[in-house]
Design a protein around this ligand. Structure first.
Ligand code: UDP
Length: 262
C-alpha cells in the first residue's frame, strides 16, 4: 500500500484511516521481515513537543513504517493548516482493531512488552478470552532503567526471538518505546512492532480508557489528567503552552493560501 504523507511539525504523518492502517499492519504480520522490523508510531501533542528537542526521537520517527495521528489536536491542526488527515488513529484503538481483524487460519502470534509486572499477563488473559484469533506467545515487563543495561536489552531481544511473534506490542511510554524499538530494529525478530503507550494497561483493565464521549469530543487528555494528575498535569501544562506555538510556526511558514482546508 502506498500512502500519502503529510508534513507537519517536522515529521511526516501517514494520511490513513483506521481500516487502512489495520489492513497494512495485518499484511506486515503475514510477511516475514527481511531487514529491520517495521514499526508504527502514533504522534500526539506530547510527542510533537518532544520531537522538537529530541533528535533520537526524530530519527525514530523518520524510520517508522507508519506514523499515525493519535491526538485530536494533531488532527485539528492538520486540518487548520490545510493538510487534512482522514481521521484520528490511536495506538490504543489500533491494537484491538488488529486483534478483531485477525481471523485467518492461524492465530496472530503476539508478544506484549511493557507495563508493570503482572499487567501484561492479565492483558494476555483478557485477549485470549475476547479474541480467539490471537495467541499471546510471550509477555515481559522490563525492570526500571533496563534500556541502559545491555545484558537486559539482549535478554529482551532473545525472549522475542524465541517466540517469533508476528506482532510486538510495545508499551513502555514515550519516548522510551520509540527509542528502544528504533535502536534495536535490526535485532527485533518480529514481523511488525507497535509503539502504543498505555495500551497493555488498557487491555488488562489496569487503567480505564476515557469514556467514548470524551474520546470523541477531544477530551481524552482531561480524563488522563484526572486519573493521573501527579504524572501528567505538569506535562500537559507545558504542552499546552508549546503546542500552540508549534501550530503558529507551521502557519507562519506555510505557503500563502495553504491554510483552512475544507
Ligand atoms: N512503562 C514500562 N517501563 C518503563 C516505563 C513505562 O513498562 O520503563 C510502561 C508503564 O507501566 C505504562 C506505559 O509504559 O504501562 C506508559 O504508557 P503511557 O502512554 O501512559 O506513557 P506516556 O507515553 O504517556 O508517558
Amino acid at each position: 500500500m502506498s500512502t500519502k504523507r503529510v508534513q507537519l511539525f517536522g515529521v511526516e504523518i501517514d494520511s490513513l484511516r483506521m481500516s487502512e492502517a489495520v489492513e497494512q499492519v495485518i499484511q506486515w504480520t503475514n510477511t516475514p521481515r527481511t531487514g529491520a522490523v517495521r514499526f508504527v508510531v502514533t504522534p500526539n501533542v506530547d510527542h510533537t513537543v518532544l520531537l522538537q528537542h529530541n533528535a533520537g526521537l526524530r530519527d525514530a520517527y523518520a524510520d517508522a513504517s507508519l506514523v499515525l495521528a493519535d491526538g485530536w489536536p494533531v488532527v485539528w491542526a492538520a486540518k487548520m493548516l490545510g493538510k487534512p488527515l482522514p481521521e484520528r488513529v490511536t495506538g490504543s484503538d489500533l491494537v484491538p482493531a488488529l486483534f478483531s481483524a485477525a481471523t485467518g487460519g492461524q492465530p496472530l502470534r503476539t508478544f506484549l512488552l511493557g507495563a508493570a509486572p503482572g499487567v501484561a499477563k492479565r492483558a494476555a488473559e483478557s485477549i485470549h478470552a475476547k479474541w480467539p484469533g490471537v495467541m499471546v506467545v510471550g509477555t515481559y515487563s522490563p525492570p526500571m532503567g533496563f534500556e541502559h543495561d545491555e545484558a537486559e536489552n539482549l535478554r529482551i531481544l532473545e525472549r522475542i526471538a524465541e517466540t517469533q511473534p508476528q506482532l510486538l506490542v510495545v508499551g513502555l511510554g514515550a519516548p522510551k518505546q520509540e527509542l528502544w524499538v528504533h535502536r534495536h530494529r535490526d535485532k527485533i525478530e518480529a514481523n511488525a512492532a507497535l509503539c502504543v503507550g498505555a495500551t497493555i494497561d488498557f487491555l488488562a483493565g489496569e487503567k480505564a480508557r476515557a469514556p467514548r464521549w470524551m474520546q470523541q469530543t477531544g477530551l481524552e487528555w482531561l480524563h488522563r489528567i484526572l486519573v493521573d494528575p501527579k504524572r501528567l498535569a505538569k506535562r500537559y501544562a507545558h504542552d499546552a503552552v508549546v503546542f500552540p506555538r508549534l501550530v503558529w510556526r507551521e502557519w507562519a511558514t506555510a505557503p500563502r493560501g495553504a491554510h483552512f482546508s475544507k
